[in-house]
Write a new protein. Sequence first.
Length: 350
Amino acid sequence: MTPISLALRPDQEEFRQMAREVVAAEAPLRRFRAQRDAGATADPQLWHRLVALGWPALPFAEEHGGLGLSMMEVCLATEALGSTLAQHPLLSTVLVSTLDPEANAQVGAIVALAWQEDTRTADPFRIRATHHQGRLTGEKRCVLDAPSAESFVVSAWEGDRVGLFRVSAAHATVRPLTRIDHRDVGHVYFDNAPAEPLPVGLHDLQRALDRGVVALSAELLGGAEAAFAMTLSWLREREQFDAPIGSFQALQHRAVDLFAALELSRSAVLGAAAAEAAGAPNASALASLAKVQVDETALRVGKESIQMFGGIGMTDEHDIGLFYKRAAVVAETLGTAAFHRDRWGRLMGI
């Protein structure tokens, strides 16, 4: 194992605080609720603001017009966005940053990675799409940000090898999906679409997916911590039997257990981000470890929080249930906890 540090540098602490302030000002939770009630799954105005701040350039190397920052800074940004369930395509930008740096995602173009065909697994080798003589045919499912995308990076067979190809959204058919977390997602269909080959392969795709897993885990961690903070506030304010319910020992024990799980999740995410930034040989294993830890913690926080809020927590009137819905969907995105637990074991030789 390569030794890694979980401590943030002073400049990273400063960036973390800035990210939280930007998200709190530009994308409060009430904005997500308003967007959801209006039936919107994307927030172009927020994305325009994040582009102006240079956030899409975070995961890109300087030679490709990026800021040259590490996955640590990327995770601090996605964590902040996750705390208010903000609707944004930054995760797609992270996924394509090492695959197609010429598609202008670093300056705000929305480029989606279309890789998954079998939604029962996150194995990138399960591909049926084909590319022949500059034309691509196939179907990709649950593509993040597909309805808003300007272009796609698509995996497909070309003869006896799997390659990645750039396809304009103008040559694809997108069927938007309605999900309980109201994220911008769709199935994408290509029928003899013009496709440009990219100088990357399956190994590069797996690394891109690992980076996406870490960034998504950080986003989910931000949401889980926000839900926990909301619950702690409720435990202090809500009174029964002339006392705050947070004074009851049974609820204190449950809150402490959630706090401990969140701290473990934070360590897992920071460890995975630091390993990826350092190019550590165990980076892939730590990415899977982070996904397992955060998936299970976020779902647990969601369930416990709703229970501790009582009857109002079960209603759409209160925001606490929104975090559980997001956690339920993210737990099925870029690989389930079961998939990543098995993958971690294989990578560790267990």
